[in-house]
Ligand binder design. Structure first.
Ligand code: FES
Length: 157
């Protein structure tokens, strides 16, 4: 199978497999590497990494679908993940999502036509004391309300 990643990424995954007693332990960092390069983890990429590491395709698909940090399709340049778990729900995450849907003109799971923003709901991101919160790419944003969301969106290209 030809690699759906660059030769450099292919070599980096080879190197990752040498770092662990069981090469299967390289799966998560390999998936991150693929996502960093491609923007998401395609079905082709899952098959590639399964064969390369020696895992079943079903196992790899299970990992990719379990963790919300892995994207199975291209996402916006600013990927907005709103926590919907208890603390955030009690402190207004539904209103946060509604405001974002209105501002961006998309539904949950959607991406704006210009590719700038995508919006999803996720489970607890571990910042419950700062609820309601979201993560935009790798940055957490806390204590959200409509005004704060508007201010954040203004800062994003
Ligand atoms: S419940 Fe939202 S960050 Fe934990």
């Amino acid at each position: 199978m030809s690699a759906p990643v660059s030769p450099a990424a292919d070599r980096a995954i080879d190197a990752l497999m040498t770092l662990f007693p069981h090469k299967g332990s390289a799966l998560l960092p390999a998936l991150y590497l693929i996502q960093d390069e491609k923007g998401y983890v395609s079905q082709e990429s899952m098959s590639y990494v399964a064969e390369k590491i020696g895992l079943s395709p079903v196992f790899v698909a299970g990992v990719v679908t379990f963790y919300t940090m892995f994207h199975r399709k291209p996402v916006g340049r600013h990927h907005i993940q709103v926590c919907r778990t208890l603390s955030c729900a009690l402190r207004g995450s539904a209103a946060v999502v509604e405001h974002l849907k209105t501002r961006l003109g998309i539904e949950v799971g959607g991406t704006t036509p210009d590719g700038r923003f995508s919006l999803v709901e996720v489970e607890c991101l571990g910042a419950c004391d700062m609820a309601p919160m979201c993560q935009i790419n790798d940055d957490e944003r806390h204590l959200l309300d409509a005004g704060k969301i508007d201010a954040i969106l203004e800062t994003l290209e």
